[in-house]
Design a protein around this ligand. Structure first.
Ligand code: 2P0
Length: 329
């Protein structure tokens, strides 16, 4: 918590009236970026260097309930979290930005994201937290304002306020007021995501430290902002005209380019494991054989496959244990 963050929250809330309730609750979906966010231009306001675009994961995400209390406590999936645990610390630190609501909170969070699958829970976590807070405080803020509050908790959380495809505009203002997310008004019911769980090991370097290290030390990162912006535009267009190969190819190249910037950092950030590389080759082989299949990878070893409903049978025969998500169901 800093003065700059406190002032930012005041700005966002300046037009909102407060009508406090006994409790607030909300659900937010997790999301997977098709065009990635990697690198900050301002760490305090969590402003990204580049815009990013994601797809939300439907009913996979976080349900949060919040109420005022005598003493702060955080529950995760029904169990009280040790106050020294980083999850509780991050949650309660974030809530200190909202003294106009209260000083102590009881927060109950349920994640139905298979945490082992390497799906980010901080994205849906902070999004659900600000939505629940909005409900508790009765501010009646819309997704644009909420996305800016969620961003302070975690960048990718700003993309978890809406279902479907979401774009996070990087913005250019130093005060962070033009860096927000909004839903793209296109449904694509045939769109599928497959989660290939390859490793459940906790990553050695978290995203936050990883992206800072990349920005500071990777020579390849210099080419990233321009590519990220170009990919963002191409994917947005591909969604508009429902050009799946254009979307898939751009998303895959975007993810692998991000990994190239990570690998060229020092010390190197190698999130991929041998099984990840094996799967990348397998997807390429299947694509060469005519299957419309692409992939994306976040800051971890697990692979997310991208395909359409028409390919489900073939994809499942190649990846029998695949968990398939229908983002528009
Ligand atoms: C993304 N990732 O666009 C990228 C791709 C991981 C790889 O956003 O420091 O947890 O809290 O803003 O949002 C993960 O980073 O980082 C992430 P902070 P966050 O989904």
């Amino acid at each position: 918590m800093s003065d700059i963050q406190t002032q930012f929250v005041k700005n966002v809330l300046s037009g909102a009236e407060q009508n406090l309730k006994d409790a607030g609750s909300a659900f937010a979906p997790s999301n997977i970026a098709l065009s990635k966010y990697w690198g900050k231009r301002d760490a305090e306001l969590n402003l990204p260097i580049n815009s990013s675009l994601s797809v939300s994961l439907g009913n996979l995400g976080t349900q949060t309930e919040i109420r005022l209390a005598e003493k702060s406590s955080v529950y995760l999936n029904g169990e009280l979290v040790d106050p020294a645990d980083s999850f509780a610390v991050r949650t309660l630190e974030f809530l200190k930005l909202f003294p106009m609501v209260g000083t102590h909170f009881e927060v109950r969070t349920e994640n139905n994201i298979p945490t082992a699958a390497g799906l980010a829970s901080s994205a849906s976590g902070f999004a659900a937290l600000v939505m629940a807070l909005n409900d508790l405080a009765g501010w009646a803020l819309g997704p644009r304002m909420l996305s800016m509050l969620a961003r302070l908790g975690s960048g990718s959380a700003s993309r978890s306020l809406s279902h479907g495809f979401v774009q996070w505009h990087a913005g250019t203002a130093d005060d962070g007021t033009d860096s927000f997310s909004e839903r793209i008004d296109t449904e694509w019911s045939e769109f599928r995501i497959g989660i290939l769980e390859l490793s459940t090991a906790r990553k050695a370097v978290g995203s936050r430290d990883g992206m800072n290290r990349t920005v500071e030390t990777s020579a390849l990162y210099k080419s990233w902002p321009a590519q990220a912006d170009a990919d963002f535009q191409v994917i947005r267009r591909a969604i508009e005209v429902k050009d799946f190969p254009m979307l898939g190819k751009t998303a895959e190249r975007n993810a692998l380019s991000m990994h190239a910037t990570m690998m060229s950092a020092w010390p190197p950030l190698i999130y991929l494991q041998p099984e990840s590389i094996e799967m990348i080759h397998k997807v390429q082989r299947l694509r060469d054989a005519g299957l419309e299949l692409y992939l994306t990878i976040d800051a971890g070893p697990n692979i997310k496959l991208l395909f359409l409903e028409s390919s489900v049978k073939e994809v499942l025969s190649e990846f029998p244990h695949l968990q398939i998500i229908k983002p528009f169901a």
